[in-house]
Design a protein around this ligand. Sequence first.
Ligand code: AMP
Ligand code: ZN
Length: 289
Amino acid sequence: MINSHDNLEQTVTRTIRRHRLIKKSGKVAVAVSGGKDSTTLLYILHKFGYNVTGIMIDLKIGKYSGQNRHNITSFCKSLRIPLNIIDIRDHVGYSMCYIRSALSDRGASWNACMVCGALKRYILNKVARQSGFDVIATGHNMDDESQTMIMNILRGSPENNLRIGPRAGVRLDTKFIPRIKPLYQCTEAEIESYSRSKGFPVVYEPCPCSEGVFRRNLIGALKGIEKRYPDYKENVIKAMAGHQSNLKSRFKIGHKVQEHCIACGEPSKGPLCFYCQLLEKIGCPVRKA
Ligand code: AMP
Ligand code: ZN
């Protein structure tokens, strides 16, 4: 008999096969936060023999980051998985807490999760490229993906939905390391149950900085919707899969020559990348790639 935990592993391996996410010989950087999703992902990829290394950005969000760092270090040590911990201050010069307050003092309208997400994507891409990884795997799950898609539509930014799906296909650039999401067909509840049953050393509480941000409010609202439409998450990601090629041609993705940031040289949507705009706003000098 197949139990639900075998099911989760099968869903992950099926997603990898179906979407050709990882070659057996490929070098995989698993972006680990110390939370249940990325720890589960690292565990399953390691169990199935993929060549994985954990990469964690220590965001320096007080005790929360300290606990996550401690947990992932002991987890990787027990399974002998290589782990690379990057201090955000070595890249940006400041902790995430400082960056948040500096941006709010300067009246920036970006919310904390948006800023943190952009910094993480930028640093992970650069570090993974410089260390010779073939792909970056993240622990995004079906709940994350369906919420993001709904948020992008509500905000009027459908082009951002090109980041949705098992393989983020936005950028065609040798400086851009493909990002994959092997858990995108697994729900948060399934992953939490798997992680708890395995006794993984993880913090189950959300990041303290996410208090009051749009996503947290949306999650509350979607709970009511889920009672009426229990399959809504799967329906949303299926609908998105059907629209990807329309979005690609509408936003000319894949046709346009990729731009590079004039300040740091990394791939960018415009002359100055979002990372450099952030650094400029908080008065931090840009370090060229
Ligand atoms: P989040 O944006 O916090 O919902 O996290 C989504 C995914 O990004 C996680 O499943 C991880 O794969 C990755 N991630 C989040 N935080 C970190 C971090 N501090 N360092 C490395 N990867 C992270
Ligand atoms: Zn830049």
